[in-house]
Write a protein that binds this ligand. Structure first.
Ligand code: AVI
Length: 338
């Protein structure tokens, strides 16, 4: 019997391009974030080189914009990963084996889980995501598509420890982390997250199936993170509207320019927001002046060579890794045993 941890079902608005919130995103209201998050956000804004964690992209609108990104012609990771899964479905099912429980941190739309749960004939599915409202709708749709699946939605930050609902079997767990989301963590944080996932899957028959975006032609990478339709730019700017609500700030997102480039030395795409002109931003308990062109670093997206990533998996405690890639070698799905 599927049980929802979260209180309400809500269908997301129509994709591809969700509307900006009404009433202007610059109006200041009381801060919505708990004190720990407010402290994290404001300390990032007050740094010499300002930064925001990419986890703040994903309010309701940000999640919808990300879904729109995954359908862009330039954004290859989502469709390439799907192609890898379909191309190697037989081999993946054979290697991964039957798993009673699929656990998906950062589940988002749960679209990929639909394919995987079918393929592995999973009995239980746990979706975890920071954007709780969005997740609730996605899990409701999954339940409708796979009525025999005991599907749970858990709102939470995967980096802050993952508490599973009671009743989730301890053995045969597969942690499913698709979408190359591991690339959004700096390497030490990525290793710590893999170690957490290893703990989750440590019971008998446990494992991980994870998506990795591999290094490739810089022009391909650049276009994927700076698309012609400007959806990624909108996604990037939306973080400011979200931060406005979280800390009671008065950012005007229209006064910030999207920038994305490949940092070859670090093997990562970097996304930034650059101030279109000098501006003062205020929030409850603080303020900062930004010069024209000054940037806020909003995201890194690491592109790991396969051997480097395999080594990281081993350091997190996983063994017997196996990888499947697409024909162009752009993307890999990696399975390893806990
Ligand atoms: C969620 N994550 C894997 C995406 C990525 O490709 O790093 C987020 C994203 N940022 C811009 N476009 C997509």
């Amino acid at each position: 019997m599927p049980v929802a941890i979260l209180a309400h079902d809500r269908q997301p608005a129509t994709i591809p391009l969700p509307a900006a919130p009404r009433g202007g995103s610059t109006s200041r209201a009381g801060p919505e974030a708990p004190p720990v998050e407010r402290a994290e956000i404001t300390s990032g804004l007050l740094r010499g080189s300002a930064c925001l964690s990419p986890k703040y992209f994903y309010d309701q609108r940000g999640s919808e914009l990300f879904e729109a990104i995954t359908r862009l012609p330039e954004y290859y990771p989502t469709r390439t990963e799907r192609a890898v899964l379909l191309r190697h479905a037989g081999a993946i099912a054979q290697t991964v084996g039957t798993h009673g429980v699929v656990i998906e941190p950062g589940a988002g739309s749960c679209d990929k889980a639909r394919v995987l749960c079918r393929l592995l004939r999973a009995r239980q599915y746990v979706a975890i995501d920071i954007s709780a409202d969005y997740l609730q709708g996605a899990v409701a749709r999954l339940r409708a598509a796979l009525p025999g699946l005991d599907a749970w939605a858990v709102g939470g930050d995967i980096t802050a420890g993952m508490q599973l609902p009671p009743g989730i079997a301890a053995r045969d767990r597969l942690v499913f982390y698709p979408g190359s989301s591991i690339g959004n963590f700096d390497p030490p944080a990525a290793l710590a997250l893999l170690q957490r996932m290893h703990e989750l899957a440590a019971g008998e028959g446990g494992g991980i199936l994870i998506g990795i975006d591999l290094p490739k032609d810089v022009a391909v990478l650049q276009a994927a993170y700076d698309d012609a339709a400007g959806v990624t730019a909108e996604f990037n700017r939306n973080i400011l509207a979200h931060v406005n609500r979280l800390i009671g700030a008065d950012f005007d997102p229209r006064q910030w320019r999207h920038e994305a480039f490949f940092n070859t030395a670090e093997s990562r795409i970097e996304m930034h927001l650059a101030a279109c002109g000098p501006q003062r931003v205020r929030w409850h308990g603080g303020e900062r002046d930004f010069a024209g062109g000054e940037r806020i670093h909003t995201e890194n997206s690491y592109k790991y060579p396969l051997p480097v990533f395999m080594d990281m998996l081993a350091r997190a405690g996983f063994h017997a890794p196996q990888a499947w890639t697409d024909k162009r070698g752009w993307y890999a799905l990696v399975h390893a045993r806990a």
